[in-house]
Design a protein around this ligand. Structure first.
Ligand SMILES: Cc1cc2nc3c(=O)[nH]c(=O)nc-3n(C[C@H](O)[C@H](O)[C@H](O)COP(=O)(O)OP(=O)(O)OC[C@H]3O[C@@H](n4cnc5c(N)ncnc54)[C@H](O)[C@@H]3O)c2cc1C
Length: 501
């Protein structure tokens, strides 16, 4: 990013990101999924996906005491099922979080009873992927793999890396696995496109430059990379009551106490993942001047900001996405900003619907080594304008009467940074291109829009090969991705079973 290299996180473990992530378990708004359907994917709108959300999760309601202590609200009808992934609220929250919560109310943000019913907007609680019986992480290995492990036709090979899809390689340390019916790739937004490229399925020019025989020129493979880039607003609370989110790091006695409390009672701060409070806001709420920004975007030649060498089909697909994004930005029911907060003053402000697009390619000099990831965040300058509006808005939150008892003091970027130009410099300095939400690199879209997989998740033009992971999401939804990745997998299982008949 910005001519620098940076660390990109990708889980290398059975269970993938769900085994290591922050356990925030939420869903996007209905319109985010409806946009997928509008991009030429019948069966992928909110009403089609809702049954799979219900099927994949088992939600446990917080106790009455927890509701009274922390203010948890929920609507069980958004969850329904008795699925493999446990969602629940931890029996602890930091007291400072209440003041932060009230700060949003001071700004006129509406508190929602529940965000999982297709209306993930405003201020609301989200559960953790947390088993309430053990107060431990609930994730795909426990929820989906372990119940199936005893099946004779199910084998998990650990300690191996997939090098290529279907190729005989004679080497004693390399094994070949043949598929009778279908190969399903689920290597994530960085892994899946590179496996396709190694197989000769991808942008022709890239494959030729890597010396790979082109089996099918599929320009979209590895393109359309999106993530939720975030800027950090570093505050301290000068009057921060102890204990607070920092106490365990600074006080060994407290750290030991909370460890004992967790081990003995399964209560206390160690039951909390990252946190359970979020605010998701639309552009009109954040930026009073949003109409002129959108007029600029309408007039903008946005194709000039795409990665060089984009194929005409991908450009067409991007313009279709831009039309949907313009409508989303103007709407009060589509979020562009997320702030997740847990009582800590350091705040991550996350852009939910970026215009910029990145690229994942194999390393042309060494196709079997790690992929080359170019997130290209903020390459479309309007993304920076969004971030400027976002930072200005979130600063107001720190200045609300409710937060005053904590005495917030801005450290980064600092109160003297006020002009657009200086805020942009700060954003470029203090941002991360990823919060682990990479997606879009094997986009589910029609071939003529630069798509890689069809609405049944099979790779265009290839028999018996499908992709089932976050890489198929064509357009960034406003949420943390895990719950939706489970939904993609649940729907894929129905699709695979129906074509196996
Ligand atoms: C630090 C971090 C925090 C996050 N926090 C949250 C959160 O709180 N809530 C939330 O909802 N989401 C969160 N996410 C995002 C979420 O975890 C991911 O979006 C999600 O796991 C993506 O699922 P996936 O199946 O597409 O890919 P992954 O989960 O990445 O799974 C891909 C799997 O394929 C394996 N793989 C890749 N290449 C190969 C190969 N060649 N051979 C063999 N195996 C291979 C990988 O090891 C991995 O196990 C977070 C992500 C990160 C990194």
């Amino acid at each position: 990013m910005f001519n620098q290299t940076t660390t990109v996180y990708a889980a290398a473990i059975v269970g993938g990101g769900s085994a290591v992530d922050h356990m925030m378990f939420d869903r996007g708004s209905a319109g985010d999924y409806d946009n997928w359907e509008k991009l030429g994917n019948p069966g992928w709108g909110w009403s089609d996906l809702f049954p799979y959300f219900e099927k994949s999760v088992n939600f446990t309601t917080p106790t009455l005491d927890q509701q009274a202590d922390f203010g948890y609200t929920y609507d069980s009808s958004a969850y329904g099922g008795y699925g493999p992934i446990q969602a629940s609220y931890p029996p602890f929250q930091w007291s400072q979080q209440k003041l932060q919560w009230n700060g949003w109310l001071d700004l006129g943000i509406t508190a929602q009873k529940e965000g999982a019913g297709g209306d993930a907007l405003g201020l609301f609680w989200i559960p953790s992927a947390l088993d309430p019986k053990t107060e431990t992480r609930s994730f795909s290995t426990l929820g989906y793999y372990e119940p199936a492990v005893s099946r004779e036709n199910y084998h998990l090979l650990t300690g191996y890396q997939v090098l290529e899809v279907v190729k005989s390689l004679c080497n004693c340390r390399i094994i070949t696995i043949n598929a009778n019916k279908e190969v399903v790739l689920a290597a994530g937004a960085f892994g899946s496109p590179v496996l396709l490229q190694r197989r000769g399925l991808g942008p022709k020019a890239l494959l030729e430059s890597a010396g790979i025989k082109v089996k099918l020129d599929l320009p979209g493979v590895g393109n359309n990379l999106q993530d939720h880039a975030a800027s950090i607003l570093l505050y301290i609370y000068a009057s921060n009551p102890v204990p607070n989110t920092q106490t365990a790091a600074r006080n060994a006695t407290f750290a030991a106490q909370i460890q004992v409390e967790y081990t003995q009672n399964r209560t206390g701060p160690l039951t909390v993942g990252y946190g359970n409070s979020v605010v998701f806001l639309p552009l009109p709420t954040i930026d009073p001047d949003y109409a002129s920004l959108l007029a600029q975007l309408t007039a903008q030649d946005s194709l000039q900001y795409l990665p060089p060498g984009y194929d005409a089909t991908i450009e067409k697909g991007y313009l279709a996405q831009k039309d949907l994004l313009l409508a989303s930005y103007a709407s009060n029911s589509s979020a562009i900003l997320e702030v997740f907060f847990n009582g800590d003053p350091t705040t991550t402000t996350v852009l939910q619907k970026p215009l910029s697009r990145g690229v994942v390619t194999l390393n042309i000099k060494s196709p079997y080594s790690d992929p080359i990831i170019d997130p290209r965040v903020f390459t479309n300058p309007i993304d920076l304008d969004f971030m400027v509006a976002i930072l200005r808005f979130v600063r107001k939150w720190f200045q609300t009467p409710s937060q005053a008892p904590l005495t917030p003091v801005e450290i980064i970027p600092g109160y003297n940074v006020t002009s657009d130009a200086n805020l942009i410099t700060a954003i470029l300095t203090y941002s991360t291109p990823t919060i682990g939400h990479a997606h879009g690199t094997c986009a589910m879209m029609p071939l003529e829009l630069g798509g890689v997989v069809a609405a049944d998740l099979t790779v265009w033009g290839v028999k018996g090969l499908s992709v089932v992971d976050a890489s198929i999401m064509p357009l960034a939804p406003a949420m943390h991705l895990d719950a939706t990745v489970y939904v993609i997998a649940e729907k894929a299982s129905d699709l695979i079973k129906s074509r196996a008949k």
